[in-house]
Design a protein around this ligand. Structure first.
Ligand code: GLY
Length: 396
């Protein structure tokens, strides 16, 4: 589909769709909706910001598979498959912006016997799910990635798990929205407007009242905080803190790593994501600390300690940035997509660890439901109503 400039919302501030939240999920929703001819507005105090400014950008459907998340796996794989086409379309729609899509693959490694057992179990789960990954000895791992520690005991190669640069992705989506005629309001939503038992827009923190036939709440970890959402449409999303460190690989040291390298060290996930431009992202902690976004000495220490065990040479690299962001966690770690119990109010949130990976599919799904009223088959298990139904059953 080609982007075309649409007439934006009318001067009265009325649109077909209002998207609350301008992170990558809100932006992709607004862009795709506008492409379908819907007059679309979006509000966010800092569009293009949010968790994408912190995320490493791994597209890790295979290497980040977890027990009990097999349904989510189907969604993740479908989105990963859409990425090459999505990248090409977004480049055209944004006026040529690159999003750093790198089809480099991923290597998950083990440092001791416990890690090796964990990886063996992951390999068995991947095989049961029909996924492609290859078991390697420690020596084979080091042949692929010579900077790995001599103590690496084995690894799992997932050649289909790639990466993008989420900061570039956010910038390209914002440009695509603006070129497609989305009216971008640089102010947050203070209160949802409900009129005649349906969502009808929002009042922004600067006092502007926006009216829309359909509202999409896509505010990441903040989605549960919007005033005016009735209790039966409450959004069960919570913040899960992730601290991340950015290093840079000087030209003389390149190639330092040629693919994403990850491991579970002492029960904590650590990953190193090398970009073409020399950036090396080391992530991430996972902390249930509410709205706290402090970068702590302990968080940075643990990331660097674990990354150093995998790749000792990182201590030579300049440290350029430390950050903390908030993942939008949901009760089952899967996103909430589509209509809520309040007519006119949709959700596109709760993507937790998979927001970047699920961006292409979320845009398509949301544009479809906003245009036709029907949630596509693939997204039905992720309807927000799965939680409403569970609440009703427990009260019965
Ligand atoms: N998907 C990586 C993370 O959430 O840390």
């Amino acid at each position: 589909m080609h982007a075309s400039v649409r007439s934006g919302p009318t001067e009265s501030g009325r649109s077909d769709v209002l998207v609350i939240g301008g992170g990558i999920i809100g932006l992709v929703t607004a862009w795709r909706a506008a492409q379908r001819g819907l007059r679309t507005a979006l509000c966010d105090p800092a569009p293009g910001g949010g968790a994408a400014q912190v995320a490493a950008g791994m597209l890790a459907a295979v290497s980040e598979l977890h027990y009990g998340e097999e349904t989510l796996l189907g969604l993740n794989l479908a989105s990963a498959e859409r990425y090459p086409q999505f990248v090409a379309e977004l480049a055209e729609a944004s006026g040529g912006l690159d999003i750093g899509y790198r089809s480099c693959g991923t290597l998950a490694v083990a440092l001791d016997a416990d890690d090796r057992l964990h990886l063996r179990e992951l390999h068995a789960l991947q095989s049961r799910c029909g996924l492609e990954s290859q078991w390697l000895t420690g020596r084979e791992c080091r042949r692929l990635e010579p900077m790995l520690a001599p103590g690496v005991r084995g690894g799992l190669r997932a050649d289909g798990d790639h990466q993008v640069d989420p900061r570039q992705l956010a910038a390209a989506l914002l440009a695509a929205c603006e070129r497609a005629g989305v009216a971008v309001h640089r102010s947050g939503a203070e209160q949802l407007t409900v009129s005649g038992d349906r969502a009808a827009g929002a009042v922004l923190t600067d006092g502007t009242a926006l009216h829309a036939d359909q509202v999409v709440l896509a505010a990441g970890s903040l989605s549960g905080r919007l005033a005016g959402v009735p209790a039966d449409a409450a959004v069960p999303v919570r913040p899960v803190k992730g601290q991340v460190v950015r290093l840079t690989v000087p030209p003389a040291y390149r190639p330092f790593l040629s693919r994403t390298v990850r491991a579970v060290v002492r029960g904590s996930q650590v990953y190193l994501v090398p970009r073409e431009n020399g950036e090396l992202v080391v992530g991430a902690t996972s902390e249930e600390l509410g709205w706290d976004t402090t970068v702590t000495a302990g968080g940075v220490y643990e990331l660097l300690r674990d990354a150093h065990e995998l790749v000792p040479g990182i201590t030579e690299l300049p440290l350029v940035e430390t950050q903390a962001g908030l993942r939008p966690g949901s009760p089952d770690n899967a996103p909430l997509l589509g209509p809520t119990e309040l007519p006119g109010l949709h959700l596109a949130t709760g993507h937790y660890r998979n927001g970047v990976l699920l961006t292409p599919l979320t845009g398509d799904v949301m544009a479809e439901v906003l245009t036709t009223g029907e949630l596509p088959e693939i997204a039905r298990p992720f309807s927000p109503r799965r939680f409403t139904a569970a609440r009703e059953e427990s009260l019965a």
